[in-house]
Design a protein around this ligand. Structure first.
Ligand code: NAD
Length: 285
């Protein structure tokens, strides 16, 4: 019961990573304010919680919604102890030579500004709370190309840097700020972000689950609970010497090229050796 008596706020709480974090924090004693635009999902979560979870409708692209969420959570016990700024979706999928200014702004609002405003409106309620901790969801997409569309990747890189710099602003108040970079996690985000018709979503999710099991050195798909465990760690006193940094929870996805861990896949080095052999034999490939 690491969070007994604590008040926590989680955004994007009705599904996937957010939902798993809500259940983890509430399961270890916190009262959790679960925020989402999905009212049916959020209410269902609260109803099964024996009063440990309160659902609040909040669109994280609307700063007034975030302010109202943080005020409501703070009213419960005179402040907020834990905030998990997690809500997002895939954003605009256009490449850099095609994206519109509107698509770029929409993605930044949803993925980056939402986190900045989450910190902005939570921090005044966290000052002086012992063990106050803010955790933000970034992504492996913040660390390199090829994991997501460009606007999302840039916004997530912004979440990483925001987490560092906000940690310095808030250190004087005893508030820690960290980020998590999830790898390929089995949630609805992919089908929510792709144009997949409703009736095909279950089928598409099954294909994604199969892909995710083989995407990284750890031979299983990433689960929302893998990230919720990291959230709980960063929210708890066990990580009290960590601030302004991130945890990479990706099953090894970002270690490097696939051939480094999948010996069936030829690597660049193997190709060079083969070329050397072929050259020595007088027949360059
Ligand atoms: N699943 C992955 O592989 C993965 C990898 C890296 C990062 N992430 C990040 O993890 C976080 C959670 O995503 P997930 O995978 O659990 O997806 P998900 O689609 O299962 O859950 C996202 C939740 O956010 C909510 N949401 C969307 N827009 C919102 C808004 N404007 N205001 C409030 N709530 C909103 C949705 O209703 C949904 O409940 C996101 O920040 C995502 O970018 C996911």
């Amino acid at each position: 019961m690491r969070f007994a008596g604590k008040v926590a706020v989680v955004t994007g709480a009705a599904s996937g990573i957010g939902k798993a974090a809500v259940l983890k924090l509430a399961g270890e004693g916190a009262h959790v304010f679960a925020a989402d635009i999905d009212e049916a999902g959020g209410r269902a979560l609260a109803e099964q919680s024996n009063g440990k979870i309160s659902f609040i409708r909040c669109d994280v692209t609307v700063p007034a919604d975030i302010e109202a969420l943080m005020n409501a959570a703070a009213a419960k016990a005179g402040g907020i102890d834990i905030v998990f700024n997690n809500a997002a979706a895939g954003g605009d999928r256009a490449p850099i030579d095609e994206i519109t200014p509107e698509g770029w702004d929409r993605t930044m609002d949803l993925v980056l500004k939402s986190v900045a405003m989450g910190i902005r409106y939570a921090a005044p309620h966290m000052k002086g709370r012992k063990g106050a901790s803010i955790v933000n969801t970034a992504s492996v997409a913040a660390l390199g190309a090829g994991y997501s569309p460009i606007a999302y990747a840039v916004a997530k890189a912004g979440v990483l840097h925001l987490s560092k710099v906000a940690a310095t602003d808030l250190a004087q108040y005893g508030i820690r700020v960290n980020a998590i970079c999830p790898g390929f996690i089995n949630t609805n985000i992919f089908t929510a972000s792709l144009d997949v018709p409703g009736e095909l979503k279950t089928q598409a999710n099954a294909v994604i689950a199969e892909m995710s099991a083989n995407a990284q050195p750890v031979a299983r798909g990433g689960q929302p609970e893998d990230i919720a465990n990291a959230v709980a760690y960063l929210a708890s006193e066990e990580s009290s010497f960590m601030t302004g940094t991130h945890l990479l929870v990706d099953g090894g996805l970002t270690i490097g090229q696939r051939h480094a861990w999948d010996k069936e896949t030829p690597g660049i080095f193997d190709a060079l050796l083969a070329m050397e052999e072929a050259t020595k034999a007088g027949s360059p490939a």
